[in-house]
Ligand binder design. Structure first.
Ligand SMILES: NC(=O)c1ccc[n+]([C@@H]2O[C@H](COP(=O)([O-])OP(=O)(O)OC[C@H]3O[C@@H](n4cnc5c(N)ncnc54)[C@H](O)[C@@H]3O)[C@@H](O)[C@H]2O)c1
Length: 372
């Protein structure tokens, strides 16, 4: 039997305990040894539950425990500092999303990862959902033909109490943004995973409902490197919050993803009879609803979150054992952050901005290859 990896968690707030529970479900492979939080009660509560050791300083935990792998679950603007500290101490790291909130700190994380030879994975748990996996496979098969249009809608609700629940929430320094950097990053990651690199962006952002520094509403127009156009519409002021939706359209098919499931799929290759010039025809609408019985099943959101985190963490454990790149590594995770920083730049400047420089310099594993 191979030795269990020794695992630690930094940050025991909302998401830290999800990592603990996810890792517990992988207890054949890794053991939760220690956790740290600057608020002692949070570290102690989690430590008691998992029979692990609480710490109140990351450096102390790294000095005293011989850890193989650490999850970084602190506020977003601390991810770089904590991930680099852990990698320099010899640990592999799983970083919560967003990877970081500035170009410079992301560069530093990638440099430290290369210098230390440690593995770095960034949580993007929705990539492990069944619907997006199906959609991504169809895109790889070019089943949609020439992709022309895509949209992501994130009409969510977050109360003022949510923002007031942590001094870092809704701040530029530690949240790095609002609805885009915190909530929409998941959907923006999926959108670019399907559609390929973004070449240029025009955007508006505003703060209309909440008392926060950052945006609670945003609209962006994207031009993908493939030539396709796209939109992002997002808000945390859309009471009571509606399902996240991604739509993609090509000249050979269309798909809609809602709540991580395909709610619509229509491909020309599956049509028995040709549709007419206006999209009509005898078979129209017979195939475009995807039967998904499980879609009607009520699911516990925490259980879903734990299960998806466990799937991604299991991928990281395999990557460590097999010495390969995790499915969402630092290069992949940097892409949605670059798009979001581009949206902020465009909204501030009041003009279209280009991300073409990024496409030329980046090594891009695990993404759709699109030639300029
Ligand atoms: N993948 C997801 O779906 C998901 C969901 C929620 C949060 N997140 C991400 O997880 C991160 C944390 O979010 P949260 O909602 O758990 O926040 P939180 O405020 O509930 O928890 C953060 C914890 O970090 C602790 N902390 C702060 N500074 C520290 C330090 N120097 N050393 C050790 N601990 C420190 C805080 O005391 C707090 O307990 C954010 O980056 C967020 O974007 C991801």
């Amino acid at each position: 039997m191979t030795k269990k990896l020794r695992y630690g968690i930094v940050g025991c707030g909302v998401i830290g305990p999800i990592h603990a529970e996810a890792m517990q479900s992988l207890s054949q492979e890794a053991e939760l040894i220690a956790m740290v939080d600057i608020v002692p009660e949070k570290a102690e509560k989690l430590a008691i539950k998992y029979h692990a050791k609480p710490y109140y300083s990351l450096q102390e935990m790294l000095d005293r425990e011989d850890l193989d792998l650490v999850s970084i679950c602190t506020p977003s603007g601390m991810h770089g500092e904590h991930a680099c500290q852990a990698m320099r101490a010899g640990c592999h790291v799983i970083v919560e999303k967003p990877m970081e909130i500035t170009h410079e700190r992301i560069e530093e994380m990638l440099c430290v990862q290369q210098e230390t030879g440690r593995k770095l994975a960034v949580i993007s748990q929705h990539r492990f959902e069944e619907g997006i996996g199906q959609l991504r496979a169809l895109v790889e098969q070019q089943a949609f033909g020439r992709l022309v249009l895509a949209s992501a809608a994130i009409p969510w609700w977050r109360s003022q109490q949510y923002y007031d629940s942590g001094a870092w929430r809704g701040t530029w320094a530690l949240d790095g943004g609002g609805i885009l950097m915190n909530q929409s990053i998941h959907t923006i990651d999926l959108l670019q995973w399907l559609m390929g690199p973004v070449k240029s962006i025009s955007a508006y952002t505003d703060t209309l409902v909440h008392t926060i520094e950052t945006e609670d509403v945003a609209v962006a127009i994207l031009r993908f490197a493939s030539g396709a156009l796209g939109t992002i519409a997002a808000s945390t002021g859309a009471y009571p919050g509606v399902t996240t939706r991604i739509e993609i359209f090509g000249d050979q098919g269309s798909a809609i993803l809602e709540k991580g499931r395909l709610s619509h799929l229509r491909l020309a290759r599956d049509d028995k009879e040709e549709i007419d010039a206006y999209g009509g025809g005898p078979k129209k609408r017979q195939q475009d609803r995807v039967e998904n019985k499980s879609a009607a099943t009520a699911q516990d959101p925490t259980a879903v979150l734990v299960a998806l985190h466990a799937t991604q963490i299991a991928d990281m454990l395999r990557a460590i054992r097999e010495d390969r790149t995790p499915l969402v590594d630092g290069y992949a995770a940097r892409r949605p952050v670059e798009i979001i920083l581009g949206i902020y730049e465009s909204a501030r400047a009041g003009k279209e901005i280009s991300l073409a420089w990024r496409m030329k310099t980046e090594y891009v594993p695990n993404t759709v290859v699109v030639t300029e």
